[in-house]
Design a protein around this ligand. Structure first.
Ligand code: MLT
Length: 401
């Protein structure tokens, strides 16, 4: 990082000066790579087929595809960082004091906030050690420390809320540790989690959660404060919470029409949802105008590993019918499914059936994208974000309306 930051600073300055007024295209790329390319090129666990999220983090940080050894180093580093026990007040809070009715996403925010007393960035700032050149280094340490313990924290929320036990597991990559902490030993589930945690990392940085992390970080709030804010954005139903909503919508459909509904029954159910003034969860997107490639890669995973699963078959049937209905309805800019329309079905198949936990998995993954961006924001000394805000009257006056 220390070697590549100065060159990048110059490059971005020159790029902005020359091309700052042009508009950019749409789609999902991680440092120029499409989702299928990431899936193909990023290192896998031994015997595995899905990318290790550590590799995606390396790609987001450096712009380069890492080697297997480089990814192994990150796995080991995060494992080591996670060996510092969680503070006892946090364990008490999550395992004894939070009410069972508190949503897991709110628990996650509280947990990240409770960890904030570990922030090296905040401590260094308080001691007057931070300057424009070194602040990324403190952010880098905080980010890696936080990412390293997120699986432990998230799994503690899961075990306490649903009365589960951690599994004995010696899989030591980041997703593998997470699977074990959640109590899962099925190698296929671990592979799914590696894929899941890789593809949910980011989407252009402009989505609510990643952008919130950036916005709050621009005030030089440390990475813990910034990430907790982003988690709250992800908890909104138009953003990350949609993955829980999709499953609930589908299970309700199944309860009403059974396991093998006709196309007409699905069409009717879609219209009932739309006529009630509700959205079809998991369909549509603020900027994508085609099927989300993250949906498609989860579909490929399902076609390979669980083709006969009844919920997957229902998902495929909805995929055939919903875009047509939404187009006819005429109110959705993009009638195609997004990432959230598929993830819950896969998790259900392997036994992770607690829908109100799904957005926590999304948040753990989003940490990689949003927080790698935050290190770069500090490295490039980005200024505080401050959009202008005026009353409607003032705007009218200014434009002569
Ligand atoms: C995301 O990954 O955050 C979603 O695609 C939503 C978005 O990009 O706004």
């Amino acid at each position: 990082m220390a070697e590549i930051i100065p060159g990048r600073r110059e490059e971005i300055k020159a790029l902005k000066a020359e091309h700052g007024n042009k508009s950019l295209g749409e789609g999902i790329r991680f440092r120029g790579l499409t989702i299928p390319e990431c899936r193909e090129k990023l290192p896998k666990a031994s015997g595995g087929e899905e990318p290790l999220p550590e590799g995606l983090f390396y790609l987001l940080m450096t712009g380069e595809v890492p080697t297997t050894d480089q990814v192994k180093l990150i796995s080991e580093d995060w494992k080591l960082r996670a060996q510092t026990p969680l503070p006892s007040y946090l364990v008490e809070l999550l395992s004894k004091n939070v009410p069972k009715t508190l949503h897991p996403m709110s628990q996650l925010t509280m947990a990240v906030m409770a960890l904030q007393e570990r922030s090296l960035f905040a401590r260094a700032y308080g001691e007057g050690k931070i300057n424009k050149n070194n602040m990324w280094e403190y952010a880098f340490e905080d980010v890696n420390n936080l990412i390293a313990v997120l699986p432990q924290v998230a799994a503690l929320i899961y075990r306490t809320r649903y009365g589960k036990k951690a599994a004995d597991s010696n899989v030591s990559d980041w997703a593998g540790r997470f699977a074990g902490e959640l109590g899962f030993t099925d190698a296929k589930f671990t592979e799914l989690l590696r894929l899941y945690l890789s593809i949910h990392t980011d989407h252009e940085g402009g989505n609510v959660s990643a952008h919130t992390v950036k916005l709050v970080g621009s005030a030089l709030s440390d990475p813990y404060l910034s990430f907790a804010a982003g988690v709250n954005g992800l908890a909104g139903p138009l953003h990350g919470l949609a993955n829980q909503e999709v499953l609930q919508w589908m299970l309700k459909l199944r309860r009403e029409v059974g396991d093998s509904p006709s196309d007409q029954q699905i069409t009717d159910y879609l219209w009932t949802t739309l006529k009630a003034g509700q959205v079809v969860p998991g369909f549509g997107h603020a900027v994508l105008r085609k099927t989300d490639p993250r949906y498609l890669c989860q579909r490929q995973f399902a076609q390979k590993h669980l083709p006969a699963d009844p919920l997957f078959r229902l998902t495929s049937q909805i995929y055939e019918i919903a875009p047509r209905v939404l187009e006819e309805h005429g109110k959705t800019k993009n009638p195609w499914p997004n990432v959230d329309a598929h993830s819950g079905v896969l998790l259900q198949h392997y036994g992770l059936v607690e829908q109100d936990y799904y957005t926590v998995l999304f948040a753990v993954s989003r940490a990689l994208g949003a927080l790698s961006g935050l290190i770069w924001d500090r490295a490039l000394a980005f200024p505080i974000e401050r959009p202008k805000s005026l009353t409607t009257e003032a705007v009218k006056k200014l434009v002569g309306a």
